[in-house]
Design a binder for this molecule. Structure first.
Ligand SMILES: NC(=O)c1ccc[n+]([C@@H]2O[C@H](COP(=O)([O-])OP(=O)(O)OC[C@H]3O[C@@H](n4cnc5c(N)ncnc54)[C@H](OP(=O)(O)O)[C@@H]3O)[C@@H](O)[C@H]2O)c1
Length: 313
């Protein structure tokens, strides 16, 4: 089968011809139609999270995917051949990922795909959608809260904007001017141009009393401290890139943490339901062929994303 993989951590991703994986007990073999691209994919390729001694190479890249069940292993109850599914496939010990024609994953990493959208759209949802859902839950976003989202125009941010708006929050989203109208369509009350000057200064000029919640998807540790200055006393500040320091948060009298995602099949079900109900818009910025994955990963590494990129398989 065709797959985009690395032969070692840090090696250049390449299109390869690899053996077809077989589903073991509790596992599902999926013929993928599309794979969603996430920043975690190049981080996995670089070995930022992996242990070379337990990773099987060539390691197929990619976490998110959607397609049709081809076969199921013993004990699988929720799926049968022919089902349309979406979910997560990255499995370093098995050398598996979603940038491939075929992939196996555990039954609990999948859910029935939304019926109203294409596989490409479904493939854009799992990691970013579950992250966004957990973020609004864990920061207790509710009616009337003022929320600043930094990095709002990417995969996670476009979902967080919609989910926070859906809970009645006042959303301030960072966006380049070209993305401002789109972010308002998704539910942002205001946008702040992060290319026009320090975001924290702009937010405080408009809201001297600060925001209740900061969800920061991009800032390094120093920038995150500056962003924390926008949060009112006793408010909440969260980083998805490990920039929150517990001691600094305490000094500023803020609640906060470094976010770690907790995927589940229930969350996938909720997201598919929201897509089918028309309550969640999935912004697929680009659809490109599988073999362009190496270039797409370089673009993701540069941090520029307008919605999701999806690989067609
Ligand atoms: N901890 C976890 O469990 C977890 C889970 C999911 C994601 N993450 C991480 O969260 C980050 C965001 O993920 P994603 O999928 O949303 O990424 P993405 O789709 O690549 O989006 C990144 C967005 O950030 C914007 N951006 C870049 N620099 C910025 C700046 N200085 N100020 C404001 N906006 C800026 C970009 O817009 P412009 O191009 O217009 O600048 C882009 O829209 C990634 O690093 C990812 O690995 C962590």
């Amino acid at each position: 089968m065709r797959a985009v993989a690395v032969s070692a951590f840090g090696a250049q991703p390449q299109l390869m011809d690899l053996p077809q994986p077989e589903p073991g007990p509790g596992e599902v073999l999926v013929r993928l139609a599309a794979a969603g691209v996430n920043p975690i994919d190049w981080k996995v390729a670089d070995g930022m999270y992996g242990d070379p001694s337990t990773t099987s190479f060539p390691l197929v890249l990619g976490t998110d995917g959607a397609g049709e069940v081809l076969a199921v292993g013993t004990g699988v109850r929720r799926f049968t051949a022919g089902d349309a599914v979406f979910g997560q496939f990255q499995w370093p010990e098995r050398g598996g990922g979603s940038y491939a024609e075929l992939a196996v994953t555990g039954e609990r990493s999948l859910a029935p795909a939304a019926r109203s959208v294409t596989y490409a759209t479904s493939a854009a949802v799992p990691t970013a959608g579950m992250t966004a859902y957990n973020l609004v839950e864990e920061t207790r976003i509710s009616e009337g809260r003022r929320v600043l989202i930094v990095g709002a125009t990417g995969g996670v941010g476009t979902f967080v904007t919609q989910l926070a708006h859906g809970r009645g929050a006042d959303v301030i989203a960072t966006a380049r001017p070209a993305m401002s109208d789109l972010m308002r369509t998704l539910g942002a009350n205001e946008t702040v141009d992060h290319t026009a000057g320090p975001v924290a200064d702009q937010v405080l000029a408009a809201h001297p009393d600060g925001v209740d919640v900061l969800i920061d998807l991009t800032s390094g540790p120093e920038e995150f401290v500056a962003m924390m200055g926008t949060v009112r006393d006793g408010g909440t500040a969260v980083s998805t890139v490990g920039s929150a320091d517990a001691d600094v948060l305490t000094e500023h009298n803020l609640r906060g943490f470094n976010f770690a995602n907790r995927p589940s099949p229930q969350l996938l079900d909720i997201l598919a339901g929201q897509v089918d109900a028309g309550r969640l818009t999935v912004l697929v910025g680009r659809e490109v062929p599988l073999e362009e994955a190496p270039e797409v990963l370089e673009a993701s590494r540069s941090g520029r994303a307008h919605g999701k990129t999806v690989l067609e398989i």
